[in-house]
Design a protein around this ligand. Structure first.
Ligand code: ACO
Length: 312
């Protein structure tokens, strides 16, 4: 049993900060940021919150699943998982706020924090619940208000992050099962944020970790599932840095045609990056015709993992 994407949605705030805007408050340039990261701009939440962005993305994903004929209403959703690293509220869970807005009255709902690995970890968890017969349909959301924990005086990190939310409705389908999840707390100091503070990152350490861990966990997943490169239509990787994605492609010997990217538009939106990208692919028709997708995420913790998902 594996997950099948039947609906997607996303929401990003209207306010856009391009690299020139960032150069107004730290010593940097559009050229440096583009060359080192591939990022051109990012969306910044003004009145939006983790909850409001999650709700909007979730509503769009549920509507899409209804339009696709996969579900009749939100009442068919059995579980809601929200990944968020910086929610403004501690209680109730963001996922419960989403539940009441999408009419998912039968769902259980809770939040998870696995940083940028969040979406992949939450998806794998949903598939695990599917495989023990506990749920059939899950709504998985990444909603990140990273600008509120970004240190806007640190040019080594503030250039990277953006706000936004992505949501995916998945239903249980027959297909090969595979999942990979890892954590290494001993490396956690590379990216930290205290509850009332700002993110501090050792960019080079995270970079070295990412270029190794992303291809390794993809290879581990494919070995586990006994699938080959030709059995995968797309590799949807966490959008952290264009150079990390290109290095992973090289190591995996995969053409960039199979590795969609949108980091230029949004920056690193942590757990929201994969579902925002999936939603863009869906709206462009790229998910049509039963696609087979490997997803991989990595981030603070340290944490990293991969998952396998089908489309309608
Ligand atoms: N503009 C101009 N110069 C800069 C900037 C900037 N924004 N930032 C750093 N520099 C300078 C440095 O001071 C340094 O100068 P020096 O040589 O005079 O000392 C030089 O540029 C090189 O700095 P590096 O840190 O080596 O730059 P690097 O090529 O590693 O790029 C970056 C930095 C973009 C942060 C990169 O390390 C990276 O992307 N790392 C991964 C980060 C990441 O993905 N984090 C998210 C994790 S996911 C999650 O859980 C949220």
């Amino acid at each position: 049993m594996v997950g099948k994407i039947v609906g997607t949605g996303s929401y990003v705030p209207d306010t856009i900060w391009d690299n020139h805007k960032i150069a107004q408050f730290v010593e940097t340039s559009d050229e440096w940021i583009r060359e080192r990261t591939g990022i051109g701009k990012r969306h910044i939440a003004g009145v939006d919150t983790t909850v409001s962005m999650a709700i909007e993305a979730a509503k769009r994903a549920v509507e899409n699943a209804i339009t696709n004929g996969a579900i009749a209403s939100g009442e068919e959703i059995d579980a809601i998982f929200v990944c968020a690293v910086a929610p403004e509220i501690l209680l109730p869970a963001v996922a419960c706020e989403v539940q009441k807005e999408v009419g998912a009255i039968h769902a259980f709902a809770y939040d998870m924090n696995a940083a940028c690995s969040g979406f992949v970890f939450a998806y794998n968890q949903a598939v695990s619940f599917m495989n023990i017969g506990m749920i059939k349909t899950a709504l998985i959301i990444g909603s990140e208000h990273l600008s509120r924990i970004t240190d806007w005086t640190d040019r080594g990190s503030c250039i990277l992050f953006g706000d936004g939310a992505g949501a995916v409705v998945v239903t249980a389908a027959s297909g090969p099962l595979g999942m990979v999840m890892h954590s290494d707390g001993s490396g956690g100091a590379a990216l930290v944020c205290s509850h009332d503070g700002k993110m501090k990152m050792d960019g080079q350490k995270v970079f070295r970790f990412a270029v190794k861990s992303v291809p390794e966990c993809v290879e581990e997943l494919m070995r586990q599932m006994k699938i080959k490169e030709e059995d995968v239509d797309y590799y949807v990787l966490h959008q952290a840095n264009q150079r990390i994605i290109e290095a992973a492609a090289k190591r995996l010997k995969v053409s960039m045609d199979k590795i969609p990217m949108n980091i230029g538009e949004y920056g690193n939106t942590s757990s929201a990056s994969i579902p925002i990208l999936l939603d863009e692919m869906n709206r462009k028709g790229m998910l049509e015709g039963g696609k087979r997708i490997v997803m991989a995420g990595f981030g603070a913790g340290l944490s990293w993992g991969a998952g396998y998902v089908l489309t309608q």
